[in-house]
Design a protein around this ligand. Sequence first.
Ligand code: HEM
Length: 403
Amino acid sequence: LYGEQGRAAYHAYVRRVPFSRLRFAPGRDDPYPIYEQIRAEGPFIVTPLGNLATVDHALCKEILRSRRFGVEPEDSTGPDEDFDLSFLNRNPPDHTRLRRLVAPAFSPRRMADFRDGVERTVAGLLDDAAGSGELDLVPALASPLPIAVITDLLGVPDADGEAFTRYGVALGGALAGLRSLRHAQEVMTAGRDLELMFAGLFDLRRREPHDDLISALVAAEGDQVQPQEMVPLCILLLIAGFETTVNLIGNAVNALLDHPDQWAALVADPGLAGAVVQETLRFDPPVQRTARISFDDTELAGQRVESGRFVNVLLGGANRDPAVFCDADVFDITRTDGADHLAFSSGIHHCVGRPLAELEATVALRMLAERMPGLRRAGAVRRRNSTLIRGPLSLPVTRGTAS
Ligand code: HEM
């Protein structure tokens, strides 16, 4: 998930290359015109680092689903030290083995068990926000909800919740890129502290198993998961839980505030929340890109792709491909051609947490429309400084009065 920019930053850190030389990220505020420039160039462009990039929906999907591309070189002997995001960065068979272990935590039955808890959490957050006329929806709703849910899913005890959140925010924030050597050191310290916390939790759940993911992991320790694989696996879930759903909720509210007619439609029928979530995932996805490495010398859409070459798969651009989506630049919660968006990627690495993210965002939007029907913007949105993860850091709103 750290992708090309993260890898470049990591290798620069190792080789002491000045970070200022790594700023190759135009389009942070609005990447979509840049995706259109890339589309106009043809199926692929070559990036400043010499890799390939594509916004072509069919090509993106083909690469993501191909067995001839992977997330690490075919001859890889294991993860980069300090840079192990578990099975997200692993090819089969390790990928298959580790993914199989966590997949049951996102089954339809588990999601049904989670629904009440998600509704209670959203209700509590909206109750807390009810007193204020003006509020920032990111700290008030979008951010605490996924943190509460992933903490619960993993089985982190309440007493550890605050420290866990602090470390998670530090590690997740690094997805936007490392700003300086000092920042890199802070991230590494948070990583080590989190590792210690997880080690303590594994011990606790070996002694006192609960109905949570960490208990399931320690029960599977041995053939299914090696001891050294457990912390990276939990960190992957933590980062994925902290840094993505917050932006889905934020991007959805942001798009609705830009389109008052569609907010009014949601208020009139809160059952449209699921459609809002899907259209937001297409129109303004929280994860804008991923990358794959070619296993062979091959040719794709007339482009030679050498073995070992990186291909950036620009999901946010693929989701605006006019060959697949009619009026692709228009946010329209009633569209019927939006289902094939790539916000959760495709192929064997497609997001395992998708049902949870969709559940959280749907409940949050439905209850927001029910309880704050007069919602309006109270100030400019402030965005994350990242080209990988897209979403608001701050979304000032006023509750207004229902019309
Ligand atoms: C993988 C997006 C929420 C856990 C992915 C990938 C994407 C993605 C694009 C695949 C990356 C690739 O193909 O290289 C999102 C978005 C989310 C979200 C947009 C919210 C709106 C979550 C949540 C969890 C989660 C809530 C878990 C708590 C994972 C994991 C993987 C993954 C474990 C790795 C899957 C694999 O490699 O097989 N996600 N995700 N995600 N996601 Fe999510």
